[in-house]
Design a protein around this ligand. Sequence first.
Ligand code: NDP
Length: 823
Amino acid sequence: MNIMEIFDTMEYGPAPEAANPGLAWIKEHQPFGLFINNKWVKPAGKQYIESINPSTGKPLARVAAASSADVDRAVAAARAAFEMWGKTPGHVRARYMYAIARHIQKHSRLLAVLESLDNGKPIRETRDIDIPLVARHFYYNAGWAQLMEQEMVGFEPVGVVGQIIPWNFPLLMLAWKIAPALAMGNTIVLKPARYTSLTALKFAEIMQEVGLPPGVVNILTGEASQVGEALVRHPDVNKIAFTGSTDVGRSIRRATAGSGKKISLELGGKSPFIVFDDADLDSVVEGVVDAIWFNQGQVCCAGSRLLMQENIADRLIAKLRERMEHLRIGDPLDKAVDIGAIVSPGQLKEIQRLVNQGVEEGAQMWQPSWACPTEGYFFPPTLFTNVSPATTIAQVEIFGPVLVAMTFRTPDEAVALANNTRYGLAASVWSENINLALDIAPKIKAGSVWVNCTNLFDASSGFGGYRESGFGREGGKEGLYEYAQPAWKTKAAQEFLIAIESTSANGAKSAHEDGSDEQSLAGEDNYQYGDDGTNGYHPVLPAIDRTPKMFIGGKQVRPDSGYSRDVYDARGRVIGQVGEGNRKDIRNAVEAAHAAGGWAIGTTHNRAQILYYIAENLSAREDEFARRVALQTGCTRADAANEVQVAISRLFSYAAWTDKYEGVVHRPPLRGAVLALPEAIGVIGIACPDEYPLLGFISLVAPAIAMGNTVVVIPSPQSPLSATDCYQVLETSDLPAGVVNIVTGDRDTLSQVLADHDDVDSMWYFGPLEGCQRVELASAGNMKRTWVSYGHPRAWLETVQGEGQEFLRESTQVKNIWIPYGE
Ligand code: NDP
């Protein structure tokens, strides 16, 4: 083509990036080994797998296929390294991380080329987005390593962390996981996706260059069934961090249930892209390109559902088609290419299958007139209109360049459509009316909301899902808590294990056998049976029988079963009955809790006032509550009075926190701000501990409702009367009906129903290990969050264990609202 012709057509010429440096590096290193203890080692099983270049379909490299024996080796190396790395001063860790960031920048071009060769994504994206963000994550988290001692007082690393990452952003996902883990002092065994291991291997080389101590980061390439599963089940791994499909996330939840492993799951999505009629449509079109054709749509937070206000739909679709006609697909190393290759033939087939299904279900498909390259795995940008919200393509994550468009008329309808998904990862809202956009953003159930922008990421701003998009956050300060835990927890867990071992060695004794409670009850300070304010004053008249009912939707209701269960004092004498709750009571309670959802959108000032009011009403009946605690537990009068006092103080604490746990504003490198808002999770099921019947109940319910959740509570099964006594306190404290619902009965039976329930968003369980395991297993159904005690006792009276930000974090999920500004 001569210059005149170029001027006439304005066609792009090819602008290829040289593949040679990447290919030379591969040639020099292959077959690649496993990276354990800072050394390249051969896989125990001597097996290798091929990495394919998706844009040609040809083999690119041979990488080692690790087996479970290699996982054992790598975990042992990480454990040994943890002894030292976990105690290394923050400043030293910061220096290593800073060096890693520097080296990533020094090798940025090679990393970008390798990523494009291995994954098929355009060099424009790897060079300008993936790799700079990788460096940014190490710089940002180097800062947290430096500040950990001051900013996270009392926290320590979790230990050995297993990290499993997907193929869509291979090096970026590695950075999201390794950087915060290193900053907090953990050691790591990471498994890249089998299709895309190369940049992780180059990263391993960088670890050697910067002289990171051996065993701190270990990288095992290979198959999920060999490496991934062995890592998940390994007894010496303290935490699993996973990004990938919801199905695998669910299987990891099940496999780790009851093991005490911390987990964070970043899963799939079907994110809405909402366009109101006053939006700047030309910007919207570019937004859509970034939302669904960025990385060939293989993005967990891709804006794959276009929701358009009806009156602009035709205009927007016409503009989109025009733009799609000009998108360029082809060699990922060509700098002028918009869309690269799909990662594998399997993924390509799955996209085609879902597209066919969309057509069969009656939606109208449109693709540009140009053809895809015939070599390699390419799929054209695809637009579906006439889509019904219930169809497969509107509900299932396609993970390809496929956009489904629907219309709405009112803002309420837009929100309803946006939330009509089991996922909740991200959303974009487009409107020139900032009031409207900021009104819509909090109503969408998603971890990130982008206002007039899309697919923006930064290390300072947390990322993660609501609902079946997983739990846990990556990025921001909140992401650090995935890799750190309060020091007392590690100590308490160790002491608990020692205590269990010595009990089983000496033969377990019941309280009655060793006479301990006998002695305590006989003490001078104790309340005697019958001294509960109802007996003794009228020796002739029998006391009026008081059988606490359930507390559901603000009303005291009888148990559906019509059965009651006896409640005993510490000496084993019956002191009352409570209702025997069943599945139906829980169902009604969950319904009531949902109906009270408005609690979350009331003002924080109002919620604080109500918590103070509950404290005030509890204080008015302090003596009666103390007697009840003493009667149930056999503790001394002074201890019972102290428990009530601490419960009142705790209510004050959460009343105080209600309008102070407000989130932060991030300033990522863009002209704009990101509001990181802690939001209520929704309906939380709470199974209370046996010990401290009043304080355990208040310590869990108060933070949950302070943050705007509504709760269904199962009180201490041994001593439920302190919770049921609270009905009247709650009823007289202006607490709206349904915010707190209390169902008495068998803790495990009722917890199982709550954990199975699809309309419960989080489940807390403070009880025996087996119960914790059951709750974690059942929660995998709708991927609800869980918070369980693994059978470890907690010092509820102590502020450091019994209250504070740990409780507030469990009560909230952070939504990041991105608001760019400027004309
Ligand atoms: P997977 O969830 O299967 O894979 C993600 C990672 O987990 C990979 O490293 C994989 O290893 C590993 N893995 C798979 N199974 C297990 C297991 N049982 N135990 C431990 N680790 C395991 O995603 P796919 O690659 O199969 O993609 C399928 C679909 O998942 C996509 O179409 C998309 O919908 C979704 N997905 C979502 C992502 C996200 O970012 N949210 C990312 C990738 C996929 P290996 O590579 O060896 O199989």
